[in-house]
Design a protein around this ligand. Structure first.
Ligand SMILES: Nc1ncnc2c1ncn2[C@@H]1O[C@H](COP(=O)(O)OP(=O)(O)O)[C@@H](O)[C@H]1O
Ligand SMILES: [Mg+2]
Length: 311
């Protein structure tokens, strides 16, 4: 299905390191992927695998230490012009697990939602108020909520405020970093539905970060799997579920609960042991093993994966 879909964002051989010279730690290691305009691209992996770091590198909070981030054909990592920086700051927005946990509890919702607008060209107070009201309405919240404080809201409402805060910038691309992980199970679907309605209405593109593959199956067009800073597999969602190749992907999939209780009780969990890879001589590469299906492996492993696919 690699037709003439337009690429909105390309990450090419990106590294992100933390720490100083003697104590350097590569949190993101040679990561490459493309995101098509209008799709929901999933990034899944266990806690600490580098998902948030990738999102923060794209929005220029974390500096990259190698590679390129290309947005709409322009390189946006590293040193860029003020004008491009301002453009990227508007067009790419990030939604966090709990957008308000990290914010000043003394700021009113009105301020929280419109904070991003202060960095752009000046707008009148009336225009700002009107934009806040519109953003609140778009996420299904009442206009009077603008004068309230974060602690007055439930988790689901707080996440709607986080979405409004992103929408007010009229972005093209939204990085949703575990947007429902902190929410009660009963309201998760509402927030997911809101995100997909907004996507339809506005042709938004999402990078959806999660550690929960069952949620991602429902919402993502394609999924990339990350393990300790390295992408190990990438495919269209149903292809990944039907033909997982990398043992880490298989382990993640085997951990998803099955709807049938009898099968769930008897199922065998696959455990991933990174020691199974011998990369001392035969080095791994990021290979397109079939159209649109990427996997990380050395030549011996790739041969095995080809056999699995052809079986
Ligand atoms: N600012 C930072 N300084 C140092 N280490 C960091 C920083 N941010 C993240 N890390 C480390 O990078 C790794 C990846 O973190 P993160 O991207 O938050 O993972 P995830 O979002 O997949 O849970 C972790 O080991 C984390 O401790
Ligand atoms: Mg994270």
């Amino acid at each position: 299905m690699t037709d003439n879909r337009e690429i909105l964002l390309s990450v090419k051989n990106m590294d992100v390191c933390f720490g100083k010279r003697n104590n350097r730690f590569k949190a993101v290691n040679n990561v490459s992927f493309d995101i098509y305009k209008g799709e929901t691209f999933g990034l899944v992996g266990e806690s600490g695998s580098g998902k948030t770091t990738i999102g923060r590198a794209i929005i220029r909070i974390n500096p990259t230490t190698a590679g390129d981030v290309i947005f709409k054909g322009e390189k946006i990592n590293g040193k860029i012009s003020k004008q491009l920086d301002r453009q990227v700051t508007r067009q790419i927005q990030m939604i966090f697990q709990d957008p308000m946990a990290s914010l000043n509890e003394r700021a009113k919702v009105d301020y929280i939602i419109s904070e991003g607008l202060f960095s752009g060209e000046r707008i009148s107070e009336a225009e700002r108020k009107q934009k806040v009201e519109k953003a609140l309405a778009e996420v299904g919240l009442l206009p009077e909520f603008a004068s309230r404080f974060p602690h007055e809201f439930s988790g689901g409402q707080r996440q709607r405020i986080g979405v409004a805060r992103a929408l007010i910038m009229q972005p093209e691309f939204i990085i949703a970093d575990e947007p429902i992980s902190a929410l009660d199970v009963s309201i998760r679907a509402q927030v997911l539905n809101l995100l997909s309605e907004l996507q339809k209405e506005r042709g938004l593109t999402y990078l959806f970060i999660s550690h929960d593959l069952s949620v991602m199956r429902f919402i993502c067009d394609r999924i990339a799997v990350i393990h300790k800073g390295v992408l190990v597999e990438l495919a269209e969602t149903e292809k990944l579920f039907a033909h997982p190749l990398h043992p880490y992907t298989r382990a993640l999939l085997s951990a998803i609960p099955l709807p049938d209780p009898a099968r769930e009780k008897n199922k065998k969990l696959e455990v991933y042991d990174p020691a199974q890879h011998d990369y001392t001589v035969d080095k791994p590469q990021w290979i397109e093993i079939e159209e649109g299906h990427m996997v990380w492996g050395n030549s011996k492993e790739i041969d095995q994966y080809r056999k699995i696919l052809n079986a």
